[in-house]
Design a protein around this ligand. Structure first.
Ligand SMILES: Cc1cc2nc3c(=O)[nH]c(=O)nc-3n(C[C@H](O)[C@H](O)[C@H](O)COP(=O)(O)OP(=O)(O)OC[C@H]3O[C@@H](n4cnc5c(N)ncnc54)[C@H](O)[C@@H]3O)c2cc1C
Length: 515
């Protein structure tokens, strides 16, 4: 055949690689192994500030089932070629579909896209990795099932397995996706198939309803790791509530964030507000409204505060825009609505209801996400600056007002030093907050690429010094982020890797784990 691959796996000769590819072709069929540069192009579109070559794949293999994956594992072990599993491959801003290290073979699970079961009484689903949120949504609509799920912002194209495996989040009361997953099937590097929780027991019918099983709970080790290929996942669905009342509360000043968090945290912990509360800054809302940066500022450096104020005034956007919802009956929501009104009045916020939101793109996509209706409204972010560069900087903090201004000021100062805007939001999960910042830059501009890398690096290390760790990170910074969590945790991960994958063939380097 003669290897056409642009990037062979480290230490593997072209001849050995060709043999591995030939054997994989015999397993999945010729058309389901790609090596031609052109055909691999969609996997290559990274948004991170590092050269494409760093994450260049050698091939893509697309199995159609567990048995094919088991056989691929054998080949990978035999030739020591690393495989990088992806489900729907839309990990945009975290590494997209490209492998964590150059030369890995992407194992694309898109053909495994069966919705295996939906139980309308227990409100559970069992899905394969290639299932998209849109597909699941359409299924529930077609079968007239009044069930909702929680999804991330790029829901129309992403899927529940990939999102959960990377410990992603969404916007309904089931928004902590790993917490609301129940039961996994995993193909291990040696080809064994593990079912977690109750799934380990033959004839059990409780796999999707009881997560823990007996003995150590293993599910967590298959998230943000590289210890296996997840081939099925159970997830809990939410009964559509009789009454759903999403709302936005807008605040005029950046400093209002302190009192917002103090006022809303107790409601979140007590579950008066049952979903994650998103507190979005003006510059997150503006691009999704849509507003173009160039209409307000074309000078050097970060956009100045007076231009941000002008955007707020011109487009009715708050300095902070709080999104949450009430999910219940009319009676319970009427009662809780009074609490929300009192909080807004007491903190100087202006409530925007669903009725009043009509016509605002930013509000409409958020309100849809809060009921698990897939859309792509948040992709407006990429029109802000243009050029296709984006990495998420996402430190965790306590859900306390005092944390917000401190983190925002730290981030704004560092971003400003490199000429980037603060495009951020705080998400009050339960007792924690994810502070999510989209570092937007022009990937076609080498100077901005360099600055974006240096900026992320400084953000990471400055925040780590203050004790703030990332909830999730892009593949280019996996090693550096893992290092901020200290040597003992890493040593344990390495020992697990050695025990489960001694030839280091599943996604070496993912989340900093490798032999
Ligand atoms: C505008 C925008 C908004 C976003 N908003 C959100 C948001 O609200 N919440 C959120 O969580 N994310 C968000 N994201 C990030 C990301 O796009 C989503 O998390 C998305 O769901 C991840 O892609 P995916 O589901 O296709 O997973 P994949 O890309 O398929 O997988 C993610 C990673 O998990 C690993 N993996 C995947 N499948 C398997 C498997 N079967 N076995 C073992 N390992 C596997 C791989 O390393 C992979 O890279 C956003 C991105 C953009 C561009």
């Amino acid at each position: 055949m003669g290897s056409k691959s642009k990037a062979l796996p480290k230490g593997i000769s072209a001849a050995e690689f060709d043999k591995a590819v030939r054997e994989m072709r015999a397993i999945v069929g010729d058309e389901h192994v790609l090596v031609d540069e052109e055909k691999l192009a969609p996997y290559r579109k990274i948004m991170m500030p590092v050269p494409d070559e760093q994450h260049e794949l050698s091939a893509s293999v697309m199995p159609d089932g567990v048995e094919q994956i088991q056989r691929i594992m054998k080949v990978a072990n035999k030739y020591r070629v690393p495989v990088y599993p992806i489900s729907t491959g839309k990990n945009l801003g975290y590494g997209s579909a490209a492998p964590v290290q150059r030369g890995q073979i992407v194992m694309d699970l898109r053909r495994m896209n069966r919705i295996i079961e939906v139980d309308p009484e227990l409100c559970t689903a069992l899905v394969e990795p290639g299932v998209t949120y849109q597909q699941l949504y359409d299924y529930l609509q077609e079968h007239k099932l009044p069930l909702w799920f929680s999804c991330p912002a790029p829901s129309a194209i992403a899927g529940p397995v990939g999102n959960m495996v990377d410990r992603g989040v969404g916007y309904t009361p089931y928004g902590e996706h790993f917490m609301f997953s129940c039961g996994m099937e995993v193909v291990l590097a040696d080809g064994q198939v593990l079912r977690t929780g109750m799934g380990a027991m033959e004839n059990s019918n409780t796999w999707q309803v009881f997560k823990w099983g007996y003995g150590p709970t293993l599910d967590g080790i298959f998230t943000q790791s590289n210890f296996g290929v997840v081939t099925k996942m159970g997830m809990w669905l939410m009964p559509a509530p009789p009454d759903f009342r999403p709302f936005c509360i807008q605040y005029p000043n950046e400093t209002d964030i302190t009192k917002i968090v103090e006022a809303l945290r107790p409601l979140r912990i007590a579950m008066v507000i049952p979903n994650a509360v998103v507190i979005a800054h003006t510059l997150w809302e503006a691009p999704c409204t849509p507003v173009k940066r160039a209409d307000y500022y074309t000078g050097p450096g970060a956009i100045p505060d007076d231009a941000v104020k002008k955007i707020q005034a011109d487009h009715n956007i708050g300095a902070w825009n709080v999104y949450a919802g009430l999910y219940g009956t009319k009676e319970t929501n009427d009662a809780n609505w009074k609490i929300i009104e009192a909080v807004a009045a007491g903190t100087g916020g202006k409530i925007i209801t669903q009725e009043a939101s009509k016509g605002s793109k930013a509000l409409e996509y958020r309100f849809d996400l809060m009921k698990g209706k897939p859309n792509l409204g948040e992709f407006g972010l990429y029109n802000w600056r243009g050029g296709g560069g984006s990495i998420w900087f996402a430190p965790v903090s306590q859900a306390k007002g005092s944390e917000t201004l401190k983190q925002m000021q730290m981030a704004k100062t560092i971003l400003g030093k490199y000429g980037f805007d603060y495009v951020g939001e705080f998400i009050v999960g339960w007792r924690d907050m994810h502070h999510v910042i989209d570092l937007l830059y022009d990937r076609s501009n080498p100077e901005q690429m360099e600055k974006a890398y240096a900026c992320y690096d400084e953000l990471l290390h400055t925040f780590a010094k203050e004790g703030y760790g990332m909830y999730r990170a892009n593949t280019a910074f996996a090693e550096k982020v893992a290092a901020t969590y200290g040597p003992v945790k890493r040593d344990v991960e390495k020992r697990l890797k050695k025990a489960l994958d001694p030839n280091n063939i599943i996604a070496p380097g993912r989340c900093g784990i490798s032999l």
